[in-house]
Write a protein that binds this ligand. Sequence first.
Ligand code: AMP
Length: 117
Amino acid sequence: MDNNCLFCRIVAGEIPATVVHETATTLAFRDIDPKAAVHVLVIPKDHHPDVVALAQNDPAGSADLLAAAAAVAEAEGLLTDGFRLMFNTGAYGGQEVFHVHAHVLGGEPLGPMLAIR
Ligand code: AMP
């Protein structure tokens, strides 16, 4: 655990979150500032700063994260109409919290993939 990491502190129960799914290695909770009708963040409980670090250092954890994201999408009723699974990474990717998190977005049409094109 990184005491300076917001999402580590959510895992530790020090900061409240609306948890929608939990496994031994992952936690999923609603985004505090939702960008779609459904907006859930799925994280590994272990600290990895971004998806590259997770993929390189913990392949099993990467698989757990994808499986958890799929379970969240199913539980949120997103499988029929589809959804978006997104990892913002680094400065150009707009990452703000440096504990890897998958955004599960859906519940309505999401529009184009990127606003700049
Ligand atoms: P990113 O820009 O990919 O790093 O996304 C960070 C996300 O974390 C944003 O969508 C924020 O709204 C969300 N967020 C920040 N603080 C919290 C919190 N305490 N609980 C839930 N979501 C949060």
